[in-house]
Design a binder for this molecule. Sequence first.
Ligand SMILES: Cc1cc2nc3c(=O)[nH]c(=O)nc-3n(C[C@H](O)[C@H](O)[C@H](O)COP(=O)(O)OP(=O)(O)OC[C@H]3O[C@@H](n4cnc5c(N)ncnc54)[C@H](O)[C@@H]3O)c2cc1C
Length: 475
Amino acid sequence: MGVDYDIVVIGGGSGGLVVAGAAAQLNAKVALVEKDRLGGDCLWYGCVPSKSLIHASRVAYEVKNSQRFGVHTNNYSINFSQAMDHVKNVIAAIEPHDSPQRFEGLGVEVIFGSGKFINSDVFEVNGQKLKARAFVIATGSRPNIPNISGLKETGYLTNEEVFSLTNNPESLAIIGAGPIGCELGQSFHRLGTKVTLINSGSHLLPKEDPEAADVIEKQFLEEGIEIIKNARANKVEKIGNKKHLWANEQEIIVDEILVCTGRSPNVESLNLEAAGVEYDKKGININDKLQTTTNSKIYACGDVIGGYQFTHVASHEAVTIITNALFLPINKVSYDVIPWTTFTDPELARVGLTEAQAKEKYGNNIYVLKQDFSEVDRAQAEGATQGFAKIIVKENGEILGAHLVGKSAGELIHEIVLAMSNNLKVSALSGIHVYPTLSEVNSKAALLLRKRKFSQNKGLQNILSKFFAIRRSLG
Ligand SMILES: Cc1cc2nc3c(=O)[nH]c(=O)nc-3n(C[C@H](O)[C@H](O)[C@H](O)COP(=O)(O)OP(=O)(O)OC[C@H]3O[C@@H](n4cnc5c(N)ncnc54)[C@H](O)[C@@H]3O)c2cc1C
């Protein structure tokens, strides 16, 4: 029996748009079902607005602290609503790239509505039954809301509301100090809000190298952000026009609460049971070809499968799916070299294993090459001396992981990503670099392996000493 579509994509965000657009350009018949607006979290509530707000807040910080460069600004003030206009303008500038018109122009049939599977071959939306050779679920995730007494009644913000504010709250408690909590916390603080970050663990950014996360914490404390660690918010109450929040025994009184406590996959409304697709609270279960484990013609990618919840990972997974779903399921998704960045100031970028993970896997046969930004001349010139590059390598120079915390770390990590993706040894990073640039932090770190090996090689040192002594004696 024939089918109407080669592929039906459910969810028009970072992952779904890549699959739909590429499949249509290959002349496949594609339907894209979206319940809200094309663009997904990244465009409306995630990467784009957060990075735009971060930029505005960074400008505010630079202006406020410009005296150290001899630049004095009079009447320094922040207009929060104009900063938010910048956020809206950036979204508006990027939106056409994700617009229904653009995708329809590529040949995608865009259907707005929230549908459900009625069996493993048919997805129904607005009464229309879509029968396809393959389906892709790319419905993303939503904020996970912890079960805190009084939170719902008191009211709170998540990333879905925070970018619509036109006035910044005077004070803001942020529950959760992962990447979203830290990025937004620093931005709001720099734009004039008194921020308290509540963190259940002992480190901000718990998934990151602790030493790198400490640099961010130090910066936050210097800027005046209050951090409450090892504490869980357990009760919230509205008293008068203030929100009272208790974290362990401590009472925090604020105007607003922002919840940044992880993500939940958007699976509930899809009637996955009818299609025989299994999922748990982390997301849809998939195999290494990104087929759902229990129905090989239904694929899934992006936040809805849990794992690395980033836009570039959703696209990376989408690219794997295109071949598998349209032609033959032969491509395995590779997570060997996945970089990401937390866009605080300084930025914290990472790829590969942490020092602790590398030690666990390879014992003491690893070298940790750590280069501080304070020894990079360009960092001195720009007054951006906090942070370091830490590259973890095997004895033979194979790169296992890298952690950069410092100015533009999110840009600087790519040199290492390229080296890792192409199985280049760390020595590849020590080649010529423009002076003075921040990227010298990578070449200097890479050189440390050679220096360390030389300092451990007493035999070679002796031979060289003798060689130079003889040559001097010969004149
Ligand atoms: C504040 C914040 C900042 C972030 N910053 C970054 C960053 O700097 N860099 C980065 O790489 N990542 C960042 N992320 C993560 C990034 O936004 C996500 O990883 C990415 O959007 C996931 O893509 P996706 O395709 O899985 O989901 P999405 O892009 O969210 O797309 C899912 C789509 O499915 C639709 N949908 C949901 N349910 C249904 C349904 N039942 N039927 C039809 N359609 C449905 C949704 O409306 C949405 O359009 C950030 C996230 C947040 C919250």
